[in-house]
Design a protein around this ligand. Sequence first.
Ligand code: UFG
Length: 327
Amino acid sequence: MTVLVLGGAGYIGSHAVEMLHAVGYDVAVVDNLVTGHKEALPEVIRFYEGDVRDREFMREVFKKEKHIEGVMHFCAYSLVSESMEKPMKYFDNNVGGCISILEIMQEFNVKHIVFSSTAATFGIPESSPISEKTPQKPINPYGESKLMMEKMMDWQSKATDMTYVALRYFNVAGASDDGHIGEAHNPETHLIPIILQVALGKRDNVTIYGDDYKTPDGTCIRDYIDMEDLIDAHIKALEYLKAGGKSDQFNLGSAHGYSNLEVLNAARKVTGKEIPSKIGPRRPGDPDELVADASKAGHVLKWKAEHGLEHIIEKAWNWHLNHPNGF
Ligand code: UFG
């Protein structure tokens, strides 16, 4: 039986492909390579290059892959600031892609889907940590598009016998254990890879966006989740659905928040580099603190984050050292 990984050449998707393959699943991948890298895929994996919104292409994939038991859906645009400038790009790709996938799954009677949602669906939460009961009020088109995808899955699961799990990631970071795949965005906007590019000498310094937030050191607090832990949750979610589990949503994080300065200091410790930094203005749309209450995933999926911030940075550093220019 096959797991079809949509967006399998991207940062998170490629780690899912690798771990699924390593634990013995038969894996096939769809990716349009707009932000993904074919080099991130093991050669043994069946790969289909195309866009999930292209229904004819997707029908061909589902015809060729006769034994799809579940879909993991990672393909989406995910830059918050870009989504503010080009909202239709995000709704077209993220929501449009999701409609196509759900239609084709129904046409080919594929029953289970695990998909990437995000803490961005919560917007600026009234309280922390954030549980599944926290109201979802996105403040940017990216988060809105993911919330729409959650709702579409939910309605489809009510109308058909399809079941889904939405995994709302907090801040994903890290890389594969041996450092041969990792984070390679262009442009890079995320804190940990930017800090590590400074450590490598590829940037002069990192600007910390704002030190006047309502947090102990004034910089934003985020909850970092290790890539391996994240993919482990996807595999557990797929197994849960295959075992008859009902459709559900889970917040995924470590339940531990780190301020941006704490992340910077942890990276200085791991790399042994000075990593020059400066304080800049706030970045629009950044909430003070985003920390997950992941206890529901613990109870239902028997999942918990095993790895802490230093481990995450060590893995990411290993990848950056081996691939200073990305793939
Ligand atoms: N930051 C800096 N300097 C930088 C880059 C980031 O200070 O050069 C700060 C940000 O302002 C923020 C923190 O580091 O306070 C983390 O920022 P990231 O861009 O690494 O991550 P975000 O928390 O903005 O975004 C992540 C995911 C998004 C998702 C969001 C959910 O990458 O896809 O969490 O809130 F939408």
